[in-house]
Design a protein around this ligand. Structure first.
Ligand code: MN
Length: 195
């Protein structure tokens, strides 16, 4: 019985763990060029007639071009997804070029439906994983991100918490984040729906 204990522990541990898996369902066709004009709502985007697919449906120029990072966070995300490349529809990928100014950052955020991989092409980038993702550009940096979903979603924490419409009440935010109510007021003004 004693010899069986480690095995029992392993079995119990394996039963207790579960895989976290965030990706899109497998496509049912080789390609499904998005009909971004269709009024039909489905889980994804409606395919246009494959006979009408064109080379331009699979092309997006300009990812090599530096973007303006002169904004309050010092970064600029250029998304390339099914909106820019209709041919990506159902293929489960979302790409982005991210330009960082010195000490710029990509605010703490999470992608509820996607796993993200980042390749830094130039400069140095500090990336923190705090159960969600947090990028800090240390010097001028250019990064390419790929996410395993055509619509990974993005929840930017500060905007979600302090910029919600309707706002979360002062009392809740002050207590939850241990902040003075004046600070809550300031933060809501920064991230509120009007900004
Ligand atoms: Mn991200």
């Amino acid at each position: 019985m004693e010899k069986a204990t480690p095995l029992l522990v392993l079995v119990l541990l394996s039963l207790a763990s579960s895989l976290t898996f965030a990706a899109d369902p497998s496509p049912l066709q080789d390609f499904c060029v998005a009909d971004n004009m269709s009024p039909v709502l489905v889980n994804g985007v409606v395919c246009k007639d494959p006979m009408l697919a064109q080379a331009s449906d699979f092309f997006f120029p300009g990812l090599d071009m530096p973007r303006n990072t002169n904004n309050r966070v010092g970064s600029n995300v250029t998304a390339v997804n099914v909106v820019q490349i209709p041919g990506l529809n159902t293929l489960g990928i979302f790409m982005a070029r991210i330009d960082f100014a010195p000490y710029g950052l990509n605010p703490p955020h999470t992608h509820p439906r996607g796993t993200e991989m980042i390749v830094v092409q130039e400069g140095t980038l500090l990336v923190g994983l705090i159960h969600f993702q947090f990028n800090v550009g240390q010097t001028n940096a250019v990064a390419i991100a790929a996410l395993a979903s055509q619509n990974p979603g993005v929840i930017t924490i500060a905007n979600a918490v302090f910029g919600s419409n309707l706002p979360i009440s002062y009392d809740v935010l002050a207590k939850a984040f241990q902040l003075d109510k004046k600070v809550v007021d300031f933060l809501q003004a920064q991230f509120g729906p009007k900004n």
